[in-house]
Design a protein around this ligand. Structure first.
Ligand SMILES: Cc1ncc(COP(=O)(O)O)c(C=O)c1O
Length: 352
C-alpha cells in the first residue's frame, strides 16, 4: 500500500540551487573569504587514499573538541552540520503534537522540523523596537511545554540574553521539566556562552556549528553538547558515520593550529568595525550585529537594492520584510574588511 507522511504533504522547503560562482555571497552568513589558502593546502597534504577509503573515525576529533569546550567526549554528539543536531534534539525530546516554544523571526529550520514531525511550534514575536521581552517567552512556558528554543545570539535579529534573563528562563525550564535548546551557531562572533549550563545540567543542550567563524559550511560539521545521558539519546538518531573525515580534519587543524581561531576572529572584527563605522558615517540605521550579520535600513526601496546588488554588482544579500520599526530592510553577512568595502561601495552607489 502506498503511503506518504501526512506532515510533509504541505511542508514548504526551499532548496537553494543558485549558481553562485561569480557572486559575492553575503546572504547566508558564511565567511566570504574562507580559510587561508595556505592553511587549506597544508591540511590537504594529510589526505591519503586510505583517508578517503576508510569510514571516518570520530574518537580522535571528539577528544580535541571536548577539550576545546571544557567537557568530556560523553558530552558531545558530532553531527553533519548543526541543523542535523537540531533535528535530533526535536525528535528526541518532543512528541507528536508536543509543544515547542521559540522566538520569531529566527532560524527557519526550527519551524520546519516542528512541522515535519507534527509538533506544535508556538511563536514568540519580537517587540516593535526589535527587542525581545522575556516575559513574553515566560508566558508561553506552560506545563505542557516540552522544549524551549533560544538562540545566543539570534539569527536574524542579533539579540542576546543577559545572565539574569537566561538564569530565569533556565530555572523555569528546570522547574517545569522543559528541555532547553540553546543554538550557539554564532558563538565566537559574540563571546558569551551558556555552554556550562549544558555541561552541568540535565535537559539543557547547546548546538554549535563549524559553518560560521570556522568557515567550513561546505564541509558540514556541527555538534550538540549536553549531559551524557541526554547526549546518548540524541546519538541514537544519528545515521552511521554521519560526519565526514574532511570536515573533522579541517576542524581539528583549526582548533590545534596556534593563533588560527584568533586570527579568524580578528579579521571578522576588523570587517565588522569598518562596516559599522561606515554605515554610521553615512547615516544608516542598523541593528543586530552580535552575529556575523546585520540589518540595514535602506534609504530607498529594499527590494530594489537587493535586485540591483545582484544584477549590477554581483552581490547577493537578503531582504527582510517588516522588521519592526525598520520596515523592509537589508540583511547582510559580515566578513573580512575587503568584502565589506565591496559591499559598502555598492550600497552607496545604488541606494540614492
Ligand atoms: C541560528 C542557526 N542555527 C543553525 C544553523 C545551521 O548551520 P549548519 O547546519 O551549517 O551547522 C544556521 C545556519 O545558518 C543558523 O543560522
Amino acid at each position: 500500500m502506498y503511503y506518504l507522511d501526512e506532515n510533509i504533504k504541505d511542508l514548504v522547503r526551499i532548496f537553494d540551487q543558485n549558481e553562485r560562482k561569480e557572486y559575492l555571497r553575503l546572504d547566508l552568513n558564511e565567511n566570504p573569504g574562507g580559510l587561508p589558502k595556505k592553511f587549506i593546502d597544508e591540511t590537504l597534504k594529510n589526505i591519503t587514499p586510505q583517508f578517503i577509503s576508510q569510514y571516518p573515525e570520530t574518537l580522535h576529533f571528539s577528544k580535541i573538541l571536548a577539550e576545546h569546550i571544557g567537557g568530556d567526549i560523553s558530552n558531545i554528539c558530532i553531527t553533519n552540520g548543526s541543523a542535523e543536531a537540531i533535528r535530533y534534539v526535536i525528535q528526541a525530546f518532543t512528541s507528536v503534537n508536543g509543544r515547542i516554544v521559540g522566538v520569531v523571526p529566527s532560524y527557519f529550520m526550527f519551524q520546519v522540523y516542528s512541522e515535519m514531525y507534527g509538533r506544535n511550534f508556538i511563536q514568540v514575536p519580537y517587540n516593535e523596537d526589535l527587542t525581545m521581552d522575556i516575559n513574553n517567552i515566560i508566558k508561553e512556558l506552560t506545563d505542557e511545554t516540552q522544549l524551549l528554543i533560544l538562540l545566543n545570539p539570534n539569527n536574524p535579529m542579533g539579540n542576546v540574553y543577559s545572565d539574569e534573563e537566561f538564569e530565569l528562563l533556565f530555572k523555569i525550564c528546570q522547574d517545569k521539566q522543559i528541555t532547553l535548546l540553546i543554538d550557539e551557531a554564532y558563538h565566537y562572533f559574540y563571546p558569551k556562552t551558556f555552554i556550562n549550563y549544558a555541561l552541568n545540567n540535565r535537559r539543557v543542550l547547546v548546538t554549535r556549528t563549524f559553518s560560521k567563524l570556522f568557515s567550513m559550511a561546505g564541509c558540514r560539521l556541527g555538534y550538540v553538547c549536553g549531559n551524557p545521558e541526554d547526549i546518548k539519546y540524541v546519538q541514537k538518531f544519528c545515521t552511521p558515520h554521519n560526519t565526514n573525515a574532511f570536515a573533522m580534519l579541517f576542524a581539528e587543524r583549526i582548533l590545534t593550529t596556534p593563533g588560527m581561531l584568533n586570527s579568524l576572529i580578528e579579521k571578522f572584527y576588523e570587517g565588522r568595525k569598518y562596516l559599522i563605522s561606515t554605515l554610521d558615517e553615512n547615516g544608516y540605521r542598523h541593528k543586530g550585529e552580535a552575529g556575523n550579520f546585520i540589518f540595514i535600513e535602506p534609504k530607498t526601496n529594499a527590494q530594489d537594492i537587493v535586485d540591483k546588488m545582484k544584477n549590477k554588482k554581483k552581490i547577493l544579500i537578503k531582504k527582510y520584510q517588516s522588521v519592526g520599526d525598520f520596515g523592509d530592510c537589508l540583511r547582510v553577512s559580515i566578513g573580512e574588511k575587503q568584502y565589506m568595502q565591496t559591499f559598502i561601495d555598492a550600497l552607496l552607489d545604488l541606494d540614492k
